[in-house]
Design a binder for this molecule. Structure first.
Ligand code: NZQ
Ligand code: ZN
Length: 382
């Protein structure tokens, strides 16, 4: 175990905390508020933001779409450059916060913004960002990652840079009251898979990381099982905090990480617009079965410590089954159907995209070759 760890994002958690934005951004800063398709206008969040920014000079950019595209975001980059914006306030879910990270980095770069995603430009400077989270799922509000789509070529790629990590994040669970059921479920599933990507690898006896990962998984499992009781303050607060802790860098410190489910899942979203979380539920069970020889010990540990299963020869297999049942109980499918009827063409399309994106060996052991990805997709695509 060897690592350096810092999480510099100040979290303001709880009801009414949006007002802290007033003092979190200096009044000398010119602010650009970035948001999505308008949910914040109908649920009162926009009004709270406007009130908090009463003493600031600010303007807005709206229309950031789910699985946000560089084509849309480049319009915001131009505004930040032209209008001399000093601070970005992202108000939304993962797409808005990720999009704001791209805008913040591209605004400090004279070249083509997409270079950031291809790795041709290494981000070292960015406009400071604050975030008001409206959809707990991605953890983007207090991490340094962003996933951006280039619509023109159906590329969905990620970048990581400490410079784009939000300076502060407001997590007020009340904003979740307007979330459609589907997005609440997506949040549970995305956070769940984030923990799995950092936990279901090989045993390293990292007692703190494993123990906290299991606590998060048990919490998410309970929230899923109590989904009928979701309209209460504790349920919302627990999901918001679980999803944040699942991907803020802590449980992944000093342990092997996988992320193959995400890399393959991103291609399903790029090609067929499958919701991010749903792409993960489609890929993960097939991937775990495919990689059982490497993941058996951790699957057994998860079976006992998260699902309370008894020990047996086939404990790892039963754990994968339990994960799959968890998704199905939430009405989240574990097979892709969005591709239409030509399964062979769909598999080829994903393999082509993975090849183009250099995703030719994936997973904590680098054991998911294109051939293995093909096997996984053969199981995951209906
Ligand atoms: O655009 P609006 O009108 O706000 O509507 C959004 C959007 O349609 C709606 N919504 C958000 N908050 C709401 C609300 N509706 C009602 N009430 C509210 N309070 O929800 C819809 C989906 O929003 P989106 O931001 O797309 O969802 P999510 O948070 O799941 O983000 C997904 C994106 O994050 C990336 C994904 O790839 C995907 O592009 N990820 C980012 C990660 C990171 N930065 O660390 C890691 C993740 O693994 C993931 O890859
Ligand atoms: Zn995710």
């Amino acid at each position: 175990m060897k690592f350096s760890y810092v999480n510099p994002t100040q979290i303001h958690f709880g009801q009414g905390q949006i007002e802290t934005v007033a003092s979190s951004i200096p009044t000398t800063e010119k602010v650009l508020v970035i948001y999505g398709g308008g949910s914040i206008k109908s649920n009162g969040v926009y009004d709270q933001v406007a009130k908090a920014l009463e003493s600031h000079t600010w303007q807005e950019f709206s229309g950031v779409e789910p699985n946000t595209t560089k084509e849309t975001l480049d319009k915001a980059v131009a505004i930040v450059k032209q209008d001399g914006i000093d601070y970005i306030l992202a108000v939304g879910g993962g797409s808005v916060i990720d999009g704001s990270k791209y805008v913040a980095a591209a605004a400090k770069y004279d070249g083509e913004g997409w270079d950031i995603l291809t790795g041709d430009h290494q981000v070292t400077d960015a406009t400071p960002i604050g975030a008001i989270l409206t959809l707990p799922a991605t953890g983007s509000e207090s991490n340094m990652g962003a996933v951006i789509t280039k619509a023109e070529t159906q590329d969905k790629l990620a970048f990581l840079a400490p410079a784009v990590q939000p300076k502060f994040a407001v997590l007020d669970p009340d904003v979740m009251k307007s979330l459609p059921e589907k997005q609440l479920i997506n949040g549970i599933v995305d956070a769940w898979v984030h923990v799995c990507e950092q936990y279901l690898t090989l045993p390293t006896n990292a007692m703190v990381q494993d123990g906290y990962a299991e606590t998060l998984l048990r919490s998410l499992k309970s929230l899923g099982e109590q989904f009928e009781q979701r309209d209460n303050d504790e349920w919302r607060a627990n999901l918001m905090w679980s999803a944040n802790q699942a991907l803020n860098g802590l449980i992944g410190s000093g342990v092997p990480q996988d992320w193959a489910t995400h890399m393959i899942g991103h291609e399903l979203t790029a090609l067929w617009h499958v919701d991010h979380a749903r792409s993960l539920a489609i890929v993960q069970p097939s991937l775990l079965r495919n990689q059982l020889q490497y993941k058996r010990a951790k699957l057994e540990q998860m079976g006992v410590n998260v699902f309370g299963l008894d020990k047996s020869e086939d404990l790892a297999e039963r754990t994968i089954y339990a994960i799959e049942q968890f998704y199905l109980q939430l009405n989240v499918p574990t097979k892709l159907t969005e591709h239409g009827s030509d399964k062979a063409a769909a598999i080829d399309a994903v393999i082509d995209q993975l090849t183009q994106h250099g995703m030719v060996v994936l997973g904590e052991n680098q054991s998911i070759t294109l051939e293995k990805s093909r096997e996984i997709l053969t199981e995951a695509i209906a």
